[in-house]
Design a protein around this ligand. Sequence first.
Ligand code: AMP
Ligand code: ZN
Length: 460
Amino acid sequence: MKNIQLYDNFSRSLREFTPLHPPLVGLYTCGPTVYDYAHIGNLRTYLFEDILRRTLEFNGYQVKQVMNITDVGHLVSDADTGEDKMEKGSRRVGKTAWELAEIFTNEFKNDLGRLNIIEPSIWCRATDHIQEQIDFIGCLEEKGFTYRTANGIYFDTSRLPDYGYLGRLDIDGLQAGARVEMSEKHNPTDFALWKFSPTGQKRQMEWSSPWGIGFPGWHIECSAMSVKYLGSFFDIHCGGEDHITVHHVNEIAQAEGCYGTHLANFWMHGYFLQLDEDTRMSKSGTFVRLQTLIDNGYDPLAYRFFCLSALYRTKLNFTWDGLAAAARSLDRLRLAAYEWGEPGGVDEDFVERFTEQVNDDLNMPRALAVTWELAKSDLPASSKKATLLVYDRVLGLHLADWQPSEEKVPEEVLGLVEQRQQARKEKRWQEADALRARISAAGYVLEDTPQGPRVKPGRG
Ligand code: AMP
Ligand code: ZN
């Protein structure tokens, strides 16, 4: 195994990554709140996590990745006030909160697919884990970390001397500055574990609990589900940079309260995509979706390439010019790869150089620079191709099967190729040959390569 350095926000340092239980790596990635489409900022964070996962796999590890779907409990304000985003969203689109969750979960998965983001090993919905969350709160209650107010059960952050360490929170400063009404909270940083349904009002999503009818707070879902699937101390926990000061601080507090661990060995965060120097993209503000890029003529993988051009640990400005440049670079790489033809022997030296960059805290800009060096090198084309396909296990740009657009193969021919594959699988050789003849009659040659069948215009 090669040395991998990753930046851990808990220790605020680059640390050598070694799994707790090799070759397995437990990875928890905070998932979407499904009251609306994901914007391309959200997707930047999922792209960073995909590169992380691919890098770990590239190094020979087996990654068990868990991603939650927040379909209840995320309030409009991270400070536990305001309405539940799902209930509010439900009114906006005139569907039930349950229907809303279904629609936007599917949209989200569709976006991941279009960006060639590998799906997590386990998807888990907050609403499917209410009992686990109740049990977790019960554990915290037993250990004396909770108190009750008129609107819910809260976590008493003053009980943990290290509360807020991940976010380097200035607790005394926060305490002194807490002029704003805290309702009945004891400390400004205390947060809801369980909220009661408002009196006289029936929520769409509510459950009974030992404390009263209501719903879980947002932070408890991630602690409960990550512990369930990965244990009370696992390898890596990820999210966007906004989670460093609130959500992840609170996930850690809950794990410390119940298990005495800080939940994960590494805490990694993707930095924000912004629209210009200071405008952060948010679901409630300016909103650019992946579909918006597609409607403007872009291939979703051009956005993937755009994100690869920046370090995940820096903010990135989205501009249409930047996206256009990324699309051109991607096309150049695709065309080169296409023209190199069939892959031959991998160049180990170039693989080594690429690995060094991705293992250096996912330095994708430098990994791309090595990719261009490979392209310009005097290695034989077949060797360039084979080496590039190794890189593509991390880059995820579908470089093996791209074809220039003037050579796009019609659907009917692709259908024949598919049928022939099936016939071959089932050893119906005669039928397979007949299908090949039909493909040829339609004006296409079919080659069987180690990556599967490939069709090109021409006569076979
Ligand atoms: P949400 O669906 O709002 O719960 O957010 C999903 C993920 O996107 C979280 O990990 C957030 O930290 C992340 N996120 C939110 N806004 C941005 C942004 N502008 N750039 C990058 N990541 C973001
Ligand atoms: Zn989370």
